[in-house]
Design a protein around this ligand. Structure first.
Ligand SMILES: [Zn+2]
Length: 255
């Protein structure tokens, strides 16, 4: 059976603060009417309690609200405290501008076994959630859905699936990863802003694996906040999800 399969060990995460799933949030009637029940559920399942995108304060346990901003074809759903921004669907505006807050990204590194051309291969994986508090929405035939940020697709990443051989050893153009003693630095120049991410690589076996493979499989997703260890089933679900994109990032010396 081709694809990424079985064991997974989460060896460390980089994230700014404690976060967690959005169990409940204020959702306006306009958002509910446009997204529908399934759409609201998907948005809430793709947002995580990082920082309020108005005041910059922590969101966990602080009455979050989801607002949607529709600016031309760009549609985003963003979290804030309900007291900072009541839930609304706003058209042709950028929404209230945050003075302090920035989107929170988080990373994790792990190893997964893949069967490539019938041969078992251990693959280093870098998981990245690029924005805990915001997702991009796209309207399809079945209504609104969360979609990967266009910047990652423009950077050369592709929609994920479990067929590992589609991605392994086929570098994303321009993307590089540098490894020092305990940390991996990922650079995606095509993303222009916010194209640099770091992840811990403290496990010597994982470090050796990255060096021997000459790169790492980058998995960008909104499905996880990366604060809890993944199971193999969890990784499979992430790779099967339409909110996930993948690409192979070659290792290169950092200057
Ligand atoms: Zn706030």
């Amino acid at each position: 059976m081709p694809g990424l399969v079985y064991w997974v060990i989460l060896v460390g995460t980089d994230r700014k603060k404690g976060c967690g799933s959005v169990i409940s949030a204020q959702v306006s009637g306009a958002i509910e009417a446009r997204l529908g029940e399934a759409g609201v559920r998907e948005v809430l399942g793709s947002l995580w309690c990082g920082d309020c995108q108005i005041c910059g304060g922590v969101l966990a346990g602080q009455d979050p609200a989801v607002s949607v901003d529709q600016l031309g074809r760009l549609v985003t759903a963003t979290l804030a405290h309900a007291r900072c921004r009541a839930s609304s669907w706003d058209r042709d505006t950028l929404g209230p501008m945050a003075e302090i807050a920035t989107l929170t990204w988080c990373t994790a590194t792990l190893a997964a076994d893949a069967i490539v051309a019938g041969v078992l291969r251990s693959v280093p994986v870098l998981l990245l959630n690029p924005s805990l508090e915001q997702v991009v929405l796209r309207r399809g035939e079945d209504g609104w859905a969360v979609t990967p940020r266009a910047g990652f697709l423009l950077a050369g990443l592709q929609p994920a699936d479990q067929q590992a051989e589609k991605f392994l050893d086929r570098p994303v153009p321009g993307a590089v990863a540098g490894l020092d003693l305990d940390r991996l630095t990922l650079i995606l120049p095509a993303m222009q802003e916010n194209g640099i991410f770091t992840a811990p690589v403290e496990d010597p076996h994982l470090r050796a694996l990255i060096l021997s493979q000459g790169g790492i499989l980058l998995v960008v997703t909104h499905v996880l906040d990366l604060s809890a260890p993944l199971t193999a089933v969890g990784l499979g679900e992430v790779l099967d999800d339409h909110r996930t994109v993948c690409g192979w990032v070659p290792l290169t010396p950092l200057s």
